[in-house]
Design a binder for this molecule. Structure first.
Ligand SMILES: [Zn+2]
Length: 177
């Protein structure tokens, strides 16, 4: 049951088309014998600011400034590879444990963080860099997360986006989006 792989995150705060494709990706990974459990999905701006503060102080892992992470818009998941069938999650942090995740997420047209040294991270395309994320930060500050998602829905239905993201467009179409 793939939904169980997502029980630690609040799926209501993650962009629905991204949730649907991610469920597919994790099911395909499971079929290849590798189980991934989502540990982070949405993260609000104060949480992101705190992570950034810890990182800058040398007390935490690498973290983007508030508003400049795809997590702030429900457009990313972090996964942990569960190394054992025993109850609970036995994390495997070896780089090699995320190869199947990278392979299946890339095949589905998502962006795998392994491209930039963040192997557990998978996200929606087009909103990776600070330059790409800044317009979403402006929008969420002026209105709401719902408006960000409405903008992303309009974008993903455009011929231009579909031509630029053929694999993801095909997955979404198959899933009825
Ligand atoms: Zn992440």
């Amino acid at each position: 049951m793939t939904r169980a792989n997502f029980h630690r995150v609040d799926l209501d705060r993650v962009f629905l088309p991204f949730v649907a494709v991610s469920l597919e990706v994790i099911t395909r990974c499971a079929a290849r014998g590798v189980r991934y459990v989502a540990t982070h999905g949405f993260r609000d701006l104060p949480e992101q600011a705190e992570l950034r503060r810890l990182y800058v102080a040398g007390k935490g892992g690498k973290a983007s400034p508030a508003g400049l992470s795809a997590h702030n818009y429900g457009l990313a998941f972090d996964f942990v590879c569960d190394a054992s069938p025993r109850p609970g999650v036995q994390p495997d942090w070896r780089e090699s444990a995320y190869r199947v995740l990278g392979d299946e997420s890339t095949k589905a047209g998502l962006v795998w963080g392994g491209r930039f040294g963040d192997s557990p991270h998978v996200q929606w395309p087009g909103y990776v860099s600070a330059l790409q994320l800044t317009p979403l930060r402006t929008l969420v500050q002026q209105s709401s997360l719902a408006d960000v998602w409405a903008r992303l829905d309009a974008e993903r239905l455009s011929p231009k986006w579909r031509a630029a993201n053929p694999k993801l467009a095909a997955e979404l179409e198959r899933l009825g989006f």
